[in-house]
Design a protein around this ligand. Structure first.
Ligand SMILES: [Zn+2]
Length: 387
């Protein structure tokens, strides 16, 4: 066994005549699934030019990088590798392992998006930071992952819980990845034509900024409805991508135990449920109210994920087919939202008829719809479900 140090000029010299380098982009990596847990597997990465530099067609990985609105600063991750038996690259430290594992998952996401024909919605390679050190006003600097809309980048924060690191959890990365789709298909078009006027400071607010959302106006409250849809559809995407309805629990994150895609269905709440929350005044109370409203949004999003997951059924091909349909309908969501955004608080169920327009629905699907939608929406928008 020979230890290869991560001096990039050495490795560049070594692979000058051979783009696949000495260990052929084969890695021994911990792979996680709910069924098998974490297991070391030999993985062949197809889209990397060199195992020593984690930039390829699927992703560009930054390790402990700094993120600004312009994207990640610093250089691409250069993992330290040991050459194992059978020309397999073995990551020599935790950071290298996390970075390669994240790349491997993004290679699968790249294939998945191409399989359902939606890769053209995004710019590739995707930008992903591993062990991103973040200063957050709410103190959430660990045990989370974020999608940053302006930088169009994902950040995986350091993990200190007793579970599967987020960089190893394909469902978590798929969830964050979906947010980029929602950004490109729904939020960016809405932000481009948003008439929301800034209350001060001169910067035009975005339709998804909850921290500065005005809790009195429809446009402010609709940001929580948009958040619900963004989170719920991200969960649906991740459940279909992994084939696992409860990928969250392995990472032991807060409050995700109720997010399973196969959980029970109930009626969507009307958007007006957000309204009574704004009775209190004062900055301190506003923080709590916002937290409560975000909680409502997440739960309503979960309902959307569960409804779509039920309609898709257990068959993997049927799940992919429905997801494909939903992803291709996303660009129609802003058309539905635009006339309502500044005028009326949208209902959480409003997105369902748009996403399912043109989808094949059977009798059981109608039952699922009747458990979640108001009678009015069911009868007006799903004529095939009339008894
Ligand atoms: Zn999310």
């Amino acid at each position: 066994m020979r230890i290869i140090v991560s001096l990039s000029f050495l490795t560049l010299a070594a692979c000058a005549g051979n783009p696949n380098d000495e260990c052929g982009n084969k890695f021994a990596l911990p792979k996680f699934s709910t069924e098998t847990g974490v297991r070391f597997e030999e993985v062949q990465l197809r889209t990397l030019g060199s195992p020593y530099r984690l930039k390829g067609a699927a992703a560009e990985i930054f390790y402990e990088g700094a993120l600004s609105d312009a994207g990640y600063g610093g250089s691409v991750a250069e993992p330290r590798l040991i050459r194992g038996a059978g020309d397999v690259c073995v990551p020599a430290d935790t950071g290298s392992m996390l970075s390669i594992a994240a790349y491997e998952i993004f290679e699968r996401i790249f294939d998945f998006d191409r399989g359902i024909g939606v890769e053209g919605h995004l710019k590739w390679p995707r930008k992903v930071g591993v062990e991103l050190h973040l200063r957050n006003p709410d103190g959430q600097t660990h045990n989370n992952a974020h999608y940053f809309g302006v930088a169009d980048s994902i950040g995986i924060l350091p993990y200190s819980l007793d579970g599967v690191h987020l960089a190893f959890n394909p469902g978590i990365l798929a969830h964050e990845h979906f947010h980029a789709h929602f950004q490109s298909q729904v939020l960016n078009p809405l932000n481009a034509v948003s008439e929301i006027i800034s209350s001060g400071g001169g910067i035009k607010p975005t339709v998804d900024d909850l921290d500065n959302a005005d809790l009195q106006s429809p446009s402010g409250l609709n940001r929580f409805v948009l958040r619900a849809w963004n989170e719920g559809l991200a969960d649906f995407y991740a459940c279909v991508f992994t084939g696992e309805p409860d990928f969250f629990t392995a990472s032991n994150l807060d409050r995700v135990s109720e997010r399973e895609c196969n959980g029970p269905l109930t009626l969507f709440a009307p958007g007006a449920v957000l309204k009574p929350q704004i009775a209190a005044t004062g900055p301190g109370q506003n923080v709590n109210i916002r937290k409560e409203m975000v909680g409502i949004a997440y739960f309503q999003g979960t309902l959307a994920a569960r409804l779509l997951y039920r309609i898709a059924g257990p068959d993997k091909a049927a799940q992919r087919q429905l997801l494909q349909h939903v992803m291709r309908q996303l660009h129609r969501v802003p058309l539905m939202v635009r006339p309502k955004l500044d005028r009326t608080i949208m209902d959480f169920e409003d997105i369902v008829p748009v996403l399912l327009d043109g989808a094949k629905l059977d009798t059981m699907d109608c039952v699922f719809l009747s458990l979640t939608l108001s009678k009015q929406t069911l009868s007006r928008r799903f004529s095939q479900c009339r008894l």
